[in-house]
Design a protein around this ligand. Sequence first.
Ligand code: B4P
Length: 191
Amino acid sequence: MFNLILFGPPGSGKGTQSEKLMAKYGLKHLSTGDLLRSEISRQTPLGKEAQNFMDKGLLVPDEVVIGMISSALDDNPDAKGFLFDGFPRTSDQAKALDKLLKLKEAPIAAMLALEVSEEELIKRLLKRGETSGRSDDDNENVIRARIVEYRDKTAVVADYYKQFDKVVMVKGEGTVDEIFERLCTEIDKRA
Ligand code: B4P
């Protein structure tokens, strides 16, 4: 089993690149953002709880997100590997993921970390907010809150994987295809 984490701040291109990577490598894409938005659109109890956090640009509580990922792993016993997008976002999520993958004897092969300037992130997210209907994208204050959450709680997740020598920094600015090429070069070295 070949498992990858696509990492980076909000708007760094995780969702965009994941679409292309799963098509090329046949990995099962697990995006906690997508899973949460699906719960919200179905107005499930979990979705209603998550919406309160997401509308403010805050991370959803760990236990909610970890439970969702645990079920998604169980639901895909035949996957040849997983592409984790937007997860883990805290140290506790990273530790929980390690435990879940240990049970499957399928560790993380690499964390690919997209590097994008804050100015570019805000520009991209405001642009997506014009058309996406995502309430967390159309307000600059909410976008800034998401970036603060990233700095305070998520950036340390890269330190966690650095101790296992799993982190690969990838320049996340340029065209979508240029960034995709950079990611593929790094993945192919490890596949
Ligand atoms: P996510 O759905 O993960 O979304 P994201 O971080 O905003 O964006 P992503 O990085 O995937 O966006 P992309 O670049 O594709 O999270 C949303 C919220 O869910 C979080 O704030 C949090 O509340 C909650 N959540 C999710 N996971 C969680 C977890 N594990 N724990 C707790 N809470 C969690 O796209 C951005 C835009 O840039 C797009 O419009 C795209 O077209 C554009 N773009 C992409 N690449 C580009 C390029 N090269 N050049 C120009 N534009 C580009």
